[in-house]
Write a protein that binds this ligand. Sequence first.
Ligand SMILES: Nc1ncnc2c1ncn2[C@@H]1O[C@H](COP(=O)(O)OP(=O)(O)OP(=O)(O)O)[C@@H](O)[C@H]1O
Length: 259
Amino acid sequence: MIEINNLTKVYRLNKKQMAEQKTKNNLKKAADNISLSAKKGEIYGLLGPNGAGKTTTLRCVATLLKPTEGKVSVCGYDTIKDPERVRKSIAFLTNEIKLDPQFTPKYMFNFFGRLHGLEEAVINERREMLFRYFGINDFQDKKIDELSTGMKQKASIAVSLVHDPEVVIFDEPTNGLDIVTARSVTDYLRQLKQEGKLVIVSTHIMSEAEKLCDRIGIIIQGKKVADGTLEEILQLTGATDLEDAFFELYKEYSIENIG
Ligand SMILES: Nc1ncnc2c1ncn2[C@@H]1O[C@H](COP(=O)(O)OP(=O)(O)OP(=O)(O)O)[C@@H](O)[C@H]1O
């Protein structure tokens, strides 16, 4: 359902970015020859430290970035040749995309529903179902600006799912959420999986990846260094939990070795 073949993304850094990243090289390889595939009915987790390349990879899948090299396809559609079809098949949620603070959750939901070409009755049905699930009903007519962080995130999730897409790509969906709100999000991702959708999440929270994901791809400094079920990753590294497994891989693959 998603095939990533030898994906490489190189950013050209400006002077400020070079200073921030303490480098004299104006090219940054954020994704380095990454290949992976994920299929319907599973939750695939991209796990890696800050700056590993998770968001870059997901943005390439979501057609928001053009790969420097390599190919990505979603539901059989190439992200470069058929970006419209890819966008119809996916929900994409990332911290960088925010709902307009001046509008209400209801307005945004309806707006995106129409943008996707859905009929009013379908939009209303989807909104009632999603707003009920995420407890947004009492807040649907308030300005997004006035909502709590958790409610904003839940509204963003609901809006991203308006068109009932086959593939759900969420970049750090529980980032900044309290434990109750985070649980309602991860429970909904499990429900989507039960419905036969493919869910891809990125996270740096080991416990989340351990509990939620059927398969995990570990990314370190732009490279995918391991991929498999939790058991397979533990077996590969000889570790007893994901955190230890991650550190084993980090020691092996990080350029500035730790410890
Ligand atoms: N638009 C950009 N221009 C230049 N460099 C970028 C750009 N976006 C990301 N980078 C750099 O590419 C690398 C990978 O970033 P990316 O956001 O993909 O990592 P990440 O794994 O999602 O990290 P985080 O967990 O912090 O979100 C980082 O070094 C980052 O600074």
